[in-house]
Design a protein around this ligand. Structure first.
Ligand code: MN
Length: 242
């Protein structure tokens, strides 16, 4: 059988969406086991307040990730804007590898750049400012030092506030900036970019300084799940995960 690599993002798993959790657990126990590698490009969890949070569905999801890794599929994770507090504890517990915000991976001889996608949304200046603040080690250490119940309370408040803010921002501002896309491709010397975050699934054909490039935007898991499947030899397809 040909080796294959799967990419998913933006599952936004939480107690309020049991159907998505069920779908993901069955994906991990089934479809994902055929793959050589699985890349999760962020926002796996809708809110992640620390590796010590073992509430549902985090606990089940972490055990299932561990079982997939044990079965022989390598799993890699990048932070999204919702789960950037995932740290070594998650890796130790599951065997999942944590990648940086931008990672160049080898897709059977072709380099590909993967990232969550929020860094590409440079028009959202307020978000980018807040991002720098909360990604600082000092902020993270301070947040994680709070008792779990305080973090849970804060996460609920944050989710409410984020819903309000989203309504006020234009669709344009919350999309990837075309220049930031081109620059990220050039800076990393690739012709494949894969990201999520914007919830606007598409395959964009680009011209980067006269060279063709392709940008894959992964879908959010909602009524159905979606994965990008890349096969050895360079063929790829978008798969629906039911
Ligand atoms: Mn996101």
């Amino acid at each position: 059988m040909q080796a294959e690599t799967l990419f998913i993002s933006d599952l936004h798993l939480c107690a309020a969406r049991p159907e998505t959790t069920r779908r993901f657990l069955s994906f991990l126990a089934g479809r994902a086991q055929d793959a050589e590698r699985l890349y999760i490009l962020g926002d796996l969890f809708d809110a992640y307040i620390g590796d010590d949070d073992q509430s549902s569905p985090n606990r089940e999801v972490k055990s299932a990730l561990g079982r997939l890794v044990d079965s022989g599929t390598s799993v890699f994770f990048q932070h999204g804007n919702r789960d950037f507090l995932a740290e070594e504890g998650l890796c130790r517990e599951t065997g999942v590898g944590l990648l940086g915000d931008y990672a160049v991976i080898d897709l059977y001889g072709e380099p590909a750049l993967i990232t969550h996608g929020d860094l590409l949304c440079t028009d959202d200046v307020l978000y980018q400012k807040a991002r720098i603040r909360v990604r600082a080690n000092e902020w993270k250490r301070n947040a994680l030092s709070k008792p779990l119940f305080i973090r849970q309370w804060y996460a609920r408040w944050y989710r409410f506030k984020s819903g309000l803010d989203k309504g006020k921002k234009s669709r344009m501002i919350m999309d990837a900036n075309p220049q930031a896309v081109i620059e990220s491709i050039q800076r990393h010397g690739v012709s494949i970019l894969i990201h999520g975050h914007t919830h606007r699934p598409a395959v964009h054909e680009l011209d980067v300084g006269g060279k063709p490039a392709r940008r894959f935007v992964l879908a959010e898991w909602k009524e159905t799940g979606q994965a990008l499947c890349w096969r050895e030899g360079g063929t790829w397809m978008i798969e629906n995960i039911l």
